[in-house]
Design a protein around this ligand. Structure first.
Ligand SMILES: [Zn+2]
Length: 389
């Protein structure tokens, strides 16, 4: 079944061959979707026929957001921790233990219900691809369970057994790394595409460079792609390790040295920035301009999680990137769509050109610029097309 989408005042294709600038912008455009794939893009005046027709009434259409970093399999609530932080307490990752306890105690149905609720919340706000990490189980069975549940709703599943060292392994990091790289990895790899590690020597709860290297090497040997929580709380070894090992993404990048910036600019690793975390922890933002000016590929994601940033809104993160990190609106939109796709090594999403997945989002405005111009206003939603599940 084919559908003609018309009435598009401004179409963001992210394909410079199709329109102007890096976003490949087209005005008064139309697009034909066939069997879930973009079949044709061009001026509305020369649009071909189709089985069905959707008129978006003079609005902007963008590629659905690609949220390449989220922690959505969890139970419990940490509003009180947020309140304490906003009253002056410092964030160091220690509150993760409370989510771990609640998640271990939750039923499959409870976890599934929360996960699906968050996915629906994201989709309603224009996010059409989302990566989901484990990391709140931290036992062989609980991590495998989280990934099994995540794999029900996305192919972008990430094994994060090395999120923090659980309380029962306190003072025995090496033993826990052995568990993560041994039986836990064996149980989780069948349900995961990626492996990730919270590399943060500055945190008493996370992993240093040697432990992170061991986790990533084991994951790579098991056939998983690599991602790293890197340089969030301090300028540690995470970013350079990610680039050295060819990770798809180094996430956070809040504290970077010149060598880190050079490594990201010279390698194939995407710098994924998560400004909702800095917003929600009252921390300094990453220097996105420095990364872009050096030539690094930058992605934006939510890091949606119950502790350090509980927003599911990519539009909010985009507005933060523009206002607080001095990205242009176009750079921010690219990072939230094509950048996320690059961070997940997914050529089929994050763009609207023939052959790409027909993941469309509609902005209730004549231009995508309104996403940053009108922060906090729910302007963007996923366009649900007829005949598509
Ligand atoms: Zn994270």
């Amino acid at each position: 079944m084919s559908t003609l989408v018309t009435g598009i005042a401004e179409l963001v294709t992210n394909d410079p061959a199709l329109g102007s600038g890096p976003l490949g912008l087209m005005e008064e455009a139309a697009l034909v979707v066939d069997d879930g794939v973009v079949a044709w893009v061009g001026p509305a005046a020369s649009a071909p026929g189709a089985d069905a027709r959707v008129d978006v009434g003079g609005r902007a259409v963008i590629p659905g957001f690609v949220d390449s970093h989220a922690h959505l399999v969890f139970a419990g609530d940490r509003a009180a921790e947020f309140e304490a932080r906003m009253s002056g307490a410092r964030y160091d990752g220690g509150g993760i233990a409370s989510t771990v306890a609640a998640t271990r105690a939750a039923s499959d149905d409870a976890l599934r219900g929360r996960l699906r609720g968050l996915i629906a919340e994201m989709r309603a706000q224009g996010t059409t691809t989302v990566e989901v990490k484990s990391g709140y189980g931290l036992t062989v069975d609980d991590e495998a369970r989280a990934l099994r549940l995540a794999a029900e709703i996305t192919p972008e599943t990430t094994f994060l057994g090395a999120h923090v060292v659980p309380a029962e392994y306190s003072g025995r990091v090496d033993d826990y790394v052995d568990l993560v790289t041994g039986p836990m990895l064996a149980a989780c790899a069948p349900h995961a595409r990626w492996i990730d590690v919270f590399c943060e020597p500055a945190s008493a709860h996370a992993f240093d460079g040697d432990a992170a290297r061991a986790v990533l090497a084991a994951g790579r040997d098991a056939g998983l792609g690599l991602r790293v929580h890197a340089n969030q709380l301090s300028a540690g070894p995470g970013v350079r390790l990610a680039v050295e090992l060819g990770a798809a993404s180094a996430d956070h990048c809040t504290h970077l040295t010149d060598a880190d910036v050079d490594a990201l600019a010279g390698g194939s690793t995407v710098a994924t920035l998560l400004p909702g975390v800095e917003f929600s922890t009252r921390s300094p933002y990453p220097d996105a301009r420095r990364l872009l000016d050096a030539g690094a590929t930058v992605a934006l994601a939510t890091d949606c999680n119950p502790g350090s940033c509980f927003t599911s809104s990519m539009a909010f993160c985009l507005a933060l990137a523009v206002r607080e990190m001095r990205l242009t609106p176009a750079e921010a939109l690219w990072a939230a769509t094509a950048g996320g796709a690059a961070a997940l090594r997914r050529p089929d999403v994050g763009r609207l050109a023939p052959g790409a997945r027909a993941d469309l989002a509609v902005v209730d405005a004549p231009s995508f610029v309104h996403l940053a111009y009108r922060p906090g206003v729910p302007l963007v939603r996923t366009l649900e097309l007829p005949g598509r599940p």
